[in-house]
Design a protein around this ligand. Structure first.
Ligand code: IMP
Length: 423
């Protein structure tokens, strides 16, 4: 069986974790392919909520093998803490495999990120990817698990990076001896397997198992195609899924683009549909848009169809999953941005030079709001005609603008709060 890819179509925080949990049931493997612990995926099932940073969001499916792919940068401390939290929540994470080719986030990456002038999540992810691309002193997970050479490798890398700094910002690791001790302990306690994840996934696909690839962040944060330089440091789009897991595009038969019914963004960068003041605060409160990864408030605004069309062009999804429709319930009016105006110029396609355009004025299409729906009403809402008129028109508009069918509607954080639409 082939692979399914789940991708964010906005600036991250679209609700991908919930969609991965929903789709993982018939999969043999779930793979994270990009980013590091800068991402935060929340999943909730039968009253238990877990926040994940590195482990794929299939923790409620113990049979599914969880894979951290080569495209991920791994902070070993975060990974161990996360596994402990999963255990403490009474969950069995099942089998975990980490690609030997995934790179490690080291304390000097975090120190460097802390000092960076760019607003980041401060988790060392950007500096870890820089070192990976630089090749001279990067350390891969496999290095740690093969022989004793890793000690001199770590010492050399630390010395080259000027670590430890005069004043350490790390509460545990203050010198190289402590770091070695910590990594020794990590190796001893690590419950997973480190190996050739790409070969394993390809063998699983050959056997007819379905593989689910889970992206972190979203298309507008892609290092190449997002709102550079206000982006993350990895490929968040479809190419990154293949590169970051080591499977061919020929293996992929389903790409699910996840789009929130409104837009949010963490950190700096252009956000033309941002709602300032009370409207933005109300949306943030209703959607609980408080960053799980960056720990800061998410900026909130209306759905931006110009940016969404850009994400669709980059990713070619087969279908869209629209999340958080319940958050907009009760509003008198719901808007979607259809174009930007900059002076006398009108942009209905995403302008390459958006970052330089300060005074973009969004043009909006407006829809009647919709009422809150109970579980029974949702369970009957398989067909478009069963949706409230405002929501139906909103969804039809998204389909028309993007040319992509909306197959999944999500109306709450739990798996049960998901509606699969009949064609
Ligand atoms: P970095 O990925 O930590 O380097 O952060 C760079 C930018 O990407 C910052 O503006 C972050 O807020 C944003 N970012 C990184 N990961 C996420 C995420 O999971 N959700 C939303 N924004 C993110």
């Amino acid at each position: 069986m082939p692979a399914t890819v789940v991708l964010g179509m906005q600036w991250g925080d679209e609700g991908k974790g919930k969609i991965v949990d929903f789709l993982a049931g018939d999969c043999g493997y779930a793979v994270r392919f990009n980013g590091g612990d800068n991402a935060g995926h929340a999943v909730k099932f039968r009253g238990v909520r877990v926040g994940l940073r590195l482990v794929p969001a299939s923790v409620f499916h113990p049979r599914v093998v969880k894979v951290i792919g080569n495209g991920v940068v791994v902070n070993p401390d975060t990974l161990m803490c996360e596994l402990e939290e999963i255990g403490a929540a009474g969950l069995d994470p099942g089998r975990l495999v980490v690609s030997h080719a995934a790179h490690l986030v080291m304390p000097w990456h975090i120190s460097s990120d802390m000092r960076s002038a760019t607003r980041t999540t401060r988790r060392g992810v950007g500096p870890a990817y820089s070192e990976k691309a630089g090749r001279a002193r990067a350390i891969r997970v496999g290095d740690l698990f093969s022989g004793t050479g890793w000690r001199s490798q770590i010492r050399q890398s630390a010395a080259d990076s000027g670590w430890p700094p005069q004043r350490s910002i790390d509460k545990y690791l203050n010198n190289i001896g402590e770091l070695e001790h910590f990594l020794d302990a990590f190796k001893r306690r690590f419950p997973g397997r480190v190996g050739d994840a790409s070969a394993m996934l390809n063998r699983a696909l050959d056997r007819g198992e379905r593989v689910l690839l889970e992206g972190a962040q979203g298309a507008m944060l892609d290092v190449d195609h997002g709102t550079y330089p206000f982006v993350t440091s990895s490929s968040t789009t479809i190419g990154g899924a293949c590169a970051g897991s080591g499977i061919s595009h020929r293996r992929v038969d389903r790409v699910v683009g996840v789009v929130k019914a409104y837009a949010t963004r963490v950190g700096d960068g252009p956000f033309p549909t941002e709602l300032a003041g009370r409207d933005g605060d109300a949306l943030r409160g209703a959607g609980v848009e408080f960053g799980s990864a960056a720990g800061i408030l998410r900026r909130c605004g209306w759905l931006d169809a110009v940016a969404l069309k850009h994400a669709v062009m980059l990713n070619g999804p087969d279908e869209l999953a629209v999340t958080k429709l319940d958050v907009l319930a009760g509003l008198p009016e719901v808007k979607v941005c259809t174009a930007y105006r900059a002076g006398r110029k009108r942009h209905s396609d995403y302008p390459a030079a958006l970052v330089g355009v300060a005074d973009l004025e969004p043009e909006y299409a407006s829809f009647d709001g919709w009422p809150r729906m109970c579980a029974d009403e949702w369970s009957r809402a398989k067909k478009a005609c069963d949706l409230p008129a405002g929501m139906r028109k909103f969804i039809e508009f998204v389909v028309r603008e993007t040319g992509i069918p909306v197959r999944i509607l999500s109306h709450g954080p739990c798996r049960e709060e998901t509606c699969v639409r009949e064609p």
